[in-house]
Design a protein. Structure first.
Length: 194
């Protein structure tokens, strides 16, 4: 993610837009991983907004569990109390399961303090760029792969813009919204993206 400034068709500076997806010219994390990271940062932000220290945040997430660990049910309860789930625009049960799968790194069904530190409080592990899948070919070679996007369809509005013309009195800040339909594609690492 980065901030990008630009000029419109008249040469005026249009400010700065925040973009989430970039055209990948080098390895990028899968979008799901990046989304999970954003949610974990939001969880940490809400815990800090409640003035919780690292130890208190862990205690909050484990709820009333007498053992020194976070269970899936206490994790769900904490997300609800943080206002991140149990409403129409909140995390879905599938989202919560995906987050749990990432935070429970050893897959034993509980999150101990070390996993909490590594995955939520101090997520250094998110900086790993080796979240690649490995594909075994007929020659039994291992070829690292990642997921990217192909553009299936792209449409500018108003349609005149696609022909290089700008309608008179167009009022949407002189921007032409672009609607794009993507499809996922597996890309061998090191292969250029077309």
């Amino acid at each position: 993610m980065q901030w990008v400034s630009h000029r419109n068709h008249r040469g005026n500076i249009c400010g700065v837009d925040f973009i989430w997806l970039l055209n990948p010219n080098k390895f990028r994390k899968p979008l799901r991983t990046s989304w999970n990271e954003a949610v974990f940062c939001l969880i940490k932000s809400r815990l800090r907004a409640a003035s919780l220290t690292e130890d208190n945040a862990f205690a909050f997430l484990k709820m009333d569990n007498p053992f020194d660990c976070i269970t899936y049910s206490s994790f769900c309860q904490a997300l609800h109390q943080l206002g991140l789930s149990s409403h129409p625009h909140g995390l879905s049960p599938e989202d919560t399961k995906g987050l749990w799968a990432q935070v429970d790194t050893d897959g034993n069904g509980i999150v101990d303090f070390e996993e909490f530190q590594q995955q939520i409080w101090n997520p250094k592990c998110f900086e790993k760029a080796d979240e690649e899948t490995i594909l075994e070919t007929k020659e039994t070679q291992m070829i690292p792969q990642t997921f990217g996007f192909n553009v299936k369809d792209a449409i500018l509005f108003p349609p005149e813009v696609e022909r290089g013309m700008w309608p008179e009195n167009y009022s949407l800040s002189d921007h032409a919204p672009l609607t794009v339909v993507f499809s996922p594609v597996k890309i061998p690492c090191g292969q250029s993206v077309c």
